[in-house]
Design a protein around this ligand. Structure first.
Ligand code: T4K
Length: 415
């Protein structure tokens, strides 16, 4: 029981004490958003043993080649160039496409998207997002085009594809390059066509937290033969022969151990998707009855990887703010994340370069205050999800009590 200020006492309606007030957490260990999916350990170890026996550890070994072939096949695209991570894949794709000056992108993304431009002294011009899918709002792009604009870097956020045709139309009309950051969107389709074949190129991430992982890793995929050839050289210092360098290049190579992990992940891809889907459906069922919580839905008729469980919190209806809810959940060992708060435009160096950027980004700002990512993946079972959604119901029911608990904690810290 707590007092709110010096006024009345509010009793919780549930008998269980919340962890935030000293009760036992719902889960004995933290459930994370990004706990890696791991395929059969024996398969991974066997492949690593082979690598050691072969003594071919990097520089285009057989496993990297096999991984590239399988990724290209899944994405239904001609070329896949595997990379050390998704960020270097973005940087190389941007450079190989000849992007310079200004590139239009959403601020609602992992900061790597903006950094990949700024690292090459290209100005990211932040465009507002649409409030349903959290994607770059194509109706606002043209107003941001200047003589310095060379491209659009759209993000297939949360594994949900952008409205591709609209972006392609704008890019074509203005002679801009179109690159998709599809870090979240491997194994996903748009109108029945696999993500990977849109725009000039797309970039996947195979980081540990992605549903298919290579520990660290990424890839550029494209149907453009000439672009693919350039990217392949650029990621290997620009070498086009043993003693000959054709371009300014860098070391962006994926190694054989990464590819081994990736291949075993791909062997298990259907099982990972099925598991994520079950979790997603359990979240959907549990959340549907809770006022003030909106789950971003997947289109079930498309192919999805179901890796991001994204919930918007409407404080005025739910009764607690997104941040208050995150605090209560974290105490219960449900490690929800405020992805991608506070937005690239409020992170350095962008915050200093463009201190007024937020004025152009009202929807981004609003959505960034409401979004929470919830744990899923192999390490989370549908039963866990049911416990999480029951907890959310309980929190909503006890919202006034919890508000008071949080207020008294704030008072204790302040005083
Ligand atoms: N574009 C977009 C749209 C992206 O989301 C990303 C990466 C990129 C580009 C760049 O791709 P990469 O260069 O990373 O390939 C994580 C990942 O590091 C990052 O890859 C990912 N997006 C982003 C969405 O999530 P953090 O800072 O949230 O990671 P961290 O360390 O907090 O990990 C999340 C949780 O996962 C932890 O609480 C614990 C758990 N975890 C993590 C790792 C690495 C594990 O249990 N085991 C692990 O090995 O960024």
């Amino acid at each position: 029981m707590v007092t709110q200020g010096s006024s009345m006492l509010i009793q919780p309606r549930s008998l269980v004490r919340y962890a935030i007030e000293g009760g036992r957490p719902l889960f004995s260990h933290p459930l994370h958003v990004g706990t890696p999916n791991i395929g059969l350990k024996e398969d991974i170890l066997a492949r690593i043993e082979d690598i050691l026996d072969r003594r071919m550890l990097s520089n285009g070994g057989p496993l990297v080649k096999e991984f590239e072939r399988r990724v290209a096949e899944i994405a239904n695209v001609k070329h896949c160039i595997a990379m050390a991570n998704g960020t270097i894949a973005l940087e190389i794709a941007i450079r190989a496409l000849g992007m310079t000056g200004e590139v239009i992108m959403p601020s609602m993304t992992f900061v790597a998207t903006a950094h990949a431009l700024q690292w090459q002294e290209i100005t990211p011009v932040f465009c507002d997002i649409d409030e349903n899918l959290h994607h770059i709002d194509s109706s606002r792009i043209e107003a941001l085009i200047t003589p310095r604009t060379t491209g659009i870097l759209a993000v297939n956020l949360w594994g949900r594809p952008c409205y591709v045709e609209k972006l392609e139309k704008i890019a074509e009309k203005h002679g801009l390059k179109l690159l998709f950051d599809s870090a979240h969107a491997f194994g996903v389709s748009y109108k029945g066509n696999m993500v990977g074949q849109f725009g000039n190129a797309e970039v996947f991430s195979f980081h540990a937290t992605k549903f298919i992982n290579t520990f660290e890793g990424g890839a550029v995929v494209t149907n453009d033969d000439e672009l693919a050839a350039r990217i392949r050289l650029m990621k290997n210092f620009g070498f086009d022969g043993r003693d000959s360098v054709a371009y300014l290049g860098i070391n962006g190579k994926m190694n054989e151990v990464q590819a081994a992990m990736g291949l075993v992940s791909l062997d298990n891809m259907q099982a990972f998707v099925a598991h994520n889907r079950e979790n997603y459906l359990a979240y959907r069922e549990g959340i549907s009855a809770i006022p003030g919580l909106d789950l971003l839905e997947y289109q079930l008729e498309e192919r999805n990887n179901y890796q991001y469980i994204i919930i918007e919190v409407d404080e005025s209806v739910f009764g607690l703010s997104r941040d208050e809810l995150a605090m209560v959940m974290a105490a219960e060992n449900v490690d929800v994340r405020r992805y991608f708060y506070p937005g690239c435009h409020r992170m350095e160096p962008y915050r200093s370069y463009y201190p007024m950027a937020y004025l152009q980004l009202p929807t981004t700002e609003r959505i960034l205050e409401r979004v929470l990512a919830f744990p899923t993946g192999n390490a989370v079972q549908p039963d866990d999800v049911a416990r999480i959604t029951n907890l959310l119901s309980r929190i909503h029911r006890d919202r006034r009590y919890l508000e008071a608990v949080l207020a008294s904690r704030r008072e204790a810290v302040a005083g």
